[in-house]
Design a protein around this ligand. Sequence first.
Ligand SMILES: C[S@@+](CC[C@H](N)C(=O)[O-])C[C@H]1O[C@@H](n2cnc3c(N)ncnc32)[C@H](O)[C@@H]1O
Length: 253
Amino acid sequence: MRPCAARFSRVPAAPNLPEQPLNRYVIVGGEPELALLLHLFPEGVEELDGAFAVYADQPPIGFDLIETDEVREGWEDAWREFHHGVEIGRLWVGPPWESPPVGPIPVVIDPGRAFGTGAHPTTRLCLELLQAVEPTSLLDVGSGSGVLSIAAAKLGFTPVTAVDLDDVAAETTRSNAAANGVEIDVTDELPRAGLAVMNIALEVVEGMLPKLPVVRAITSGYLDRDEPHVAGWQPVDRRVRDGWAADLLEFRP
Ligand SMILES: C[S@@+](CC[C@H](N)C(=O)[O-])C[C@H]1O[C@@H](n2cnc3c(N)ncnc32)[C@H](O)[C@@H]1O
C-alpha cells in the first residue's frame, strides 16, 4: 500500500457512525478512475498499488470492483491512521490529532461532515494559487470546512468572508476558524473583495462569477480538460494536479 494524503470517503466520528454496515470497496483503475472517485468521494480515496479503495454503504456504480470488505471494528482508529496532514507551499494542513511540523504555517482542520480536509487536489491547487498572489480582502464562496478561508487569513488576507449554502459547512467553517484563532465573517452576503476563491463545480463557477463583486478570482472544482468561460474573465495562471485544475482569472472587459 502506497502512502497517500486523502484516504476515506466518510468521517465516522463516534456519534455519527453509519447505521448501515460500512464497506470498503476496492476498485481497479488509473488516473481517470481516481479523478472520478475523488469527485464522488471528496473526503478521500485510499490509494493502493494499481487500485483504489473507497468506504461507503453502497458500491460505487460503473467501476471495476474486485473486493468488498465489511468495516466494523476499529473503524475510527483506522480512519485516523490514514488521515494525515499535507504540506502545500508555506502551509501545513492537517487534523487536530497530528502535531504540525516545525516551519510551515499550521492550518488545523477537524474533518467534520463538510468538504475540505486540504488533501483533495482542487483544495491544494487553490491553496497554491492563494500563495501566488498578494494578500488582499477575500471572499470564499463554498467554504466547506473553511480550509481556504483559514489558510488565507493566516497568509495575511483580510478581511476574509466565507459563504456556503450548506448550513453544516457554514457552522464547520465557524468552528474551524475559532479553533485556528482567525477571524472569518461567515455570512449569506457577497461583499466586495479584492479576490474571490471558489472551489465548486464548473457550471456553478460559470454561473456565480458574473455575480461576484470582485475583479480577480481563483476557481477550481473541475478537471484539467475544462476551463471556465465567462464574458470579460481572462485566465492569468493555471495549476493542475491528478487530472484536476485551478485557475487565477481576472476581469478585463
Ligand atoms: C468542493 S467543496 C469546497 C470546500 C473548500 N472550499 C475546499 O476548497 O476544500 C464546495 C462547497 O461549495 C458549497 N456550494 C455549492 N454550491 C454553492 C453555491 N451556489 N453557493 C455557495 N456555496 C456553494 C458546498 O456546500 C460545498 O461546501
